[in-house]
Ligand binder design. Structure first.
Ligand code: ZN
Length: 665
């Protein structure tokens, strides 16, 4: 046989092919020409058949397909360790999104991706699947690093760091796809973030875009139990059928997480050949649950393994991920035979490639495929000794004993990216120094934010209305039952805008910002019969109050900031970490009266907590000058007299001050 010229010959290693027969070749070799594998076989055979420009001796090493990180958000390396040990919503809405809004731009995505690529190459990853913003910059950095990637441009129903609306994101995504479609390393993709951040119209347009260019569609699916619960209550169905309504699975879907799938949903994914990206570290760290991976695999679904973003992991170490994937199934489902070493190595290589819809390119070592290869040392102390009785022990060695740092060389698309642990395409010290600079800026931003409750609140509220109010008010305690309606009539006053409501207030008190109080209010509006009409939630920051006393009444000047409370009380509690909480519950009858051409609000409050069943009457009016306040103080005095309350003693305390301190949670 004539000697054929090739570019690269990897020889003398233990070849783990991951081909259809899962061939294992001790003392094997892989011949590479240009970007492709041309032969895989015993070393003596290939050494005589091929003449290589470069020969890499792989003695004491495994030659394996490079690992495939099936789901991540690579620029988030720059947010690694920023905020941990928090619940998903506090982590996401309290930290990640505000910082992203402030910092994510082209440079952030470019530097973050370079850092991620350096880390991934070091751990034997040759391909990854991403979803983030400014994805063209992620592509640019990835191509420079020489890695293969499926890169999805994120699309959200609300404004994102790189778009003010989803039409803009879709347009960006289209340009991104067109720019990178024919690149040898990059597979551009469409990334509607998740069902709960999408609208039906947005999803339909994403599917149209993905099918038009025949590119994958990357989406988070059923990551948390809450997501499924909300979908059931909102739409009367779980997320997969909901997505199916909008023909999502017509596209080549990559569904990340899939932790809380019902059996029928797994069948739907399988029927449509959707890939699944299982992220064990992230699911454990954020306590999302355990994905039924064994079940999905048995069903024939293509499941890959992903690290998820480095802000929720916090690294991109696929060796750790592979091992956790195996351990998690065994431990949680109580069966040590689940997801054996060979199977889990399949998920990290060939099945990962299938999940990403690129198994025609990568995922196994066989002629015709791209040369995406990790060469892993197996002669370290923690990997020895070796047993040869069962050749499949090599998978145990890889999954249960090897570490990312055992990866010696990495080749992608026929190009050597790491040799003897030296990165050949990236300037690591330069990347680390730039990453450090961005981290310093983020640190300064967050430290400034934590200095005031207001700036913390502004960081998570889009519709905040800062407002300083001046109010003149009187509050009197009523010792006898009081019929507001009748009393107003008798006083010759006409009530307007009447309402009845139950108000549940939780006040957060802070030690360092002791003049600031944050109030979370649930208002249950009721009709005359007490039926619930609507419920709404507001968050109010009450800044320092200054007071001036008049006869009968006090002038209050205070800064108040009120917004719709878009999150749960639990979220605000975990985000603001108050030192004390106080609860005030009352039934409030409210109306306005016009008295001598001046508007007054009147509240008749029956307390539930504290001081059960105590009645208070409040008369309030907005004011804007000392002279006006004096005038209104006089009018309030007259109103009290008309209502027969001239002898009632004014109460200076606000309700929150009547709560005995110290019942904080
Ligand atoms: Zn994710």
């Amino acid at each position: 046989m004539p000697i054929q010229p090739v570019d690269l010959l990897l020889t003398g290693g233990y070849v783990v092919t991951m081909d259809a027969r899962r061939r294992l070749i001790p003392n094997g070799a892989v011949a590479i020409k240009d970007d492709k594998i041309v032969a895989v076989g015993p070393a003596p055979e290939l050494e005589t058949t091929f003449q290589a420009k470069t020969i890499i001796d792989c003695q004491d090493c495994v030659i394996s397909p490079g690992l495939i990180n099936a789901h991540t958000h690579v620029p988030m390396t720059l947010l690694r360790g920023l905020a941990d040990d928090l619940r998903l919503d506090v982590w996401l809405y309290g930290y990640m999104m505000p910082v992203e809004r402030e910092f994510v731009n082209n440079n952030f995505c470019y530097i973050g991706t370079l850092l991620a690529c350096a880390e991934m190459i070091r751990s034997g990853v040759t391909t990854f699947c991403d979803m983030y913003y400014n994805e063209a910059e992620v592509a640019r950095a990835t191509a420079e690093a020489g890695m293969r990637a499926v890169l999805a441009q994120t699309i959200l129903k609300f404004p994102s760091p790189d778009a003010t609306n989803y039409d803009e994101s879709l347009e960006y995504c289209r340009r991104f796809i067109e720019e990178w479609l024919d690149h040898p390393l990059i597979v551009p993709a469409v990334g509607p973030h998740a069902p709960y951040t999408a609208t039906p119209d947005m999803l339909r347009q994403c599917v149209r875009l993905a099918t038009e260019y025949d590119v994958p569609l990357h989406i988070h699916v059923a990551e948390t139990a809450l997501e499924q619960e909300n979908s059931r209550t909102q739409y009367g169905m779980t997320v997969v059928p909901w997505l199916d309504q909008y023909d999502l699975f017509q596209a080549k879907v990559i569904a990340a997480h899939c932790v809380h799938l019902e059996d029928g949903e797994m069948h739907t994914l399988h029927r449509h050949n959707a890939g699944v990206a299982h992220c064990p570290s992230s699911n454990m760290k954020l306590a999302s649950g355990t994905a039924p991976v064994s079940k999905m695999v048995n069903l024939g679904l293509h499941v890959g393994i992903g690290t998820d973003g480095p802000a929720s992991n916090n690294d991109l170490d696929m060796f750790e991920e592979v091992r956790l994937a195996a351990f998690l199934q065994k431990g949680v489902f109580g069966d040590p035979t689940l997801l054996p070493a060979r199977k889990v190595w399949e998920l990290a290589t060939i099945e990962g490639a299938r999940a990403l819809h690129i198994d025609h390119l990568t995922g196994s070592l066989e002629p015709g495929k791209k040369a995406d290869i990790a060469i892993i040392s197996t002669d370290r102390t923690h990997q020895l000794p070796h047993f040869h009785r069962d050749p499949e022990a090599v998978y145990s060695r890889l999954v249960y004993a090897s570490k990312a740092t055992d990866v010696r060389d990495v080749i992608v698309n026929g190009r050597v990216l790491m040799r003897h642990r030296n990165l050949l395409t990236l300037d690591e010290p330069e990347i680390l120094s730039e990453a450090g600079e961005i981290a310093r800026q983020i640190d300064a931003f967050l430290m400034a934010r934590e200095e005031s409750i207001l700036s913390k609140l502004l960081a998570i509220s889009a519709d905040f209305i800062p407002q300083e109010t001046f109010e003149i008010q009187v509050k009197v305690r009523l010792d006898e039952p009081f019929d507001l309606h009748t009393r107003l009539q008798e006083a010759g006053l006409t009530a307007y805008k009447p309402s009845r409501r139950d108000q549940y207030d939780t006040y957060f008190l802070f030690k360092e910002h002791d003049t600031d109080r944050l109030r979370f209010r649930e208002d249950e509006i009721r009709d005359e019969q007490g039926n619930l009409l609507e419920t709404f939630y507001t968050m109010t920051l009450m800044g320092p109050t200054s007071e001036k006393e008049y006869e009968h009444s006090i002038l209050l000047t205070r800064a108040r900031y009120t917004a719709t409370a878009g999150h749960s009380l639990r979220f605000y509690r975990e985000y603001f970490k108050p030192v004390e909480e106080r609860e005030v519950i009352k039934h409030r009858q409210r109306c306005h009266v016009l008295y001598k051409e001046t508007d007054f609000a009147i509240n008749l409050d029956r307390m539930v907590v504290p001081e059960k069943d105590t009645l208070y009457l409040e008369i309030k009016s907005r004011t804007w000058s000392a002279k006006d306040a004096l005038h209104k103080a006089e009018l309030i005095g007259e109103l009290l007299e008309r209502l027969g309350l001239q002898t009632a003693a004014p109460v200076k305390n606000e309700y929150v001050e009547m709560v005995r301190p110290g019942n904080g949670k």
